[in-house]
Design a protein. Structure first.
Length: 228
């Protein structure tokens, strides 16, 4: 929030909603699933690298060949240590709706209610589901879904960013020349993480937020006076 001068009532409301959600005891029938996306470059070697040998690391030329980009949708259920990653060519509303549909109909098909945590990207809102699927089909798909949005300029409250950071360090920190290579590496990475049930322990509470951020809060009285 360093770039935000003051924290509005909307900011606080959304922050408190997420902190309360994260503080709940684990409920398998009501999973909390954080979603975000990441663009990654496809890079090929300009010259064949020298392979590793005992005592000698991989050596590669500093020059590389750009092969475009691809997108990764990342959904993580922090308390359960479960993540779902999908590699796509694009990240438009069609791709996002398809990803969420797979989560709802396949990954979490037995859940009573699914809490989705999202940032404010324009493709993340309900209207996109109506536009892609039609209102009736969107209502059916989302009948078990509850959306929770981070405050603007506060995507740090979305734990998917933590998982994407791990993914970037452990899996994407090398030259991957094409989408099949990315898919192969990402699938192996998420399978290992899921098998090990790598969870995320969130410790930042509402009390912590009030202690650290209260001097930036805009009071409700100030907001009401401004609105008049």
């Amino acid at each position: 929030m360093w770039c935000v001068g003051v924290l509005s009532e909307e900011y606080r409301h959304r922050m408190y909603d997420l902190l309360a959600l994260y503080a709940r005891p684990y409920r398998g029938e009501e999973p909390v699933v954080c979603i975000d996306e990441k663009s990654t470059q496809l890079l090929a070697h300009s010259r064949a690298p020298l392979t590793m040998r005992p005592g000698t690391p991989l050596r590669q030329d500093y020059e590389y060949v750009r092969r475009g980009t691809c997108n990764l949708f990342v959904a993580v259920e922090p308390q359960a240590g479960r993540r779902t990653v999908e590699v796509t060519v694009h990240r438009g509303k069609l791709d996002f709706v398809a990803f969420v549909r797979d989560l709802v109909e396949r990954v979490y098909r037995s859940a009573r209610r699914i809490h989705l945590v999202l940032d404010n990207l324009n493709t993340h809102f309900r209207k996109c589901f109506d536009e892609v699927l039609g209102v009736k089909a969107a209502n059916i798909l989302l009948r078990r879904v509850e959306f929770h949005y981070t405050p603007k300029h506060a995507s740090w409250l979305n734990m998917a960013e933590i998982e994407i950071g791990v993914l970037s360090r452990q899996c994407l920190d090398r030259r991957l020349p094409d989408i099949p290579s990315v898919v192969s590496e990402v699938n192996a990475w998420q399978q290992r993480r899921n098998t090990e049930r790598r969870a995320i322990e969130w410790s930042f509470t509402r009390q912590d937020a009030d202690q650290k951020l209260s001097r930036h809060y805009v009071s409700k009285l100030t907001c009401l006076c401004t609105s008049h």
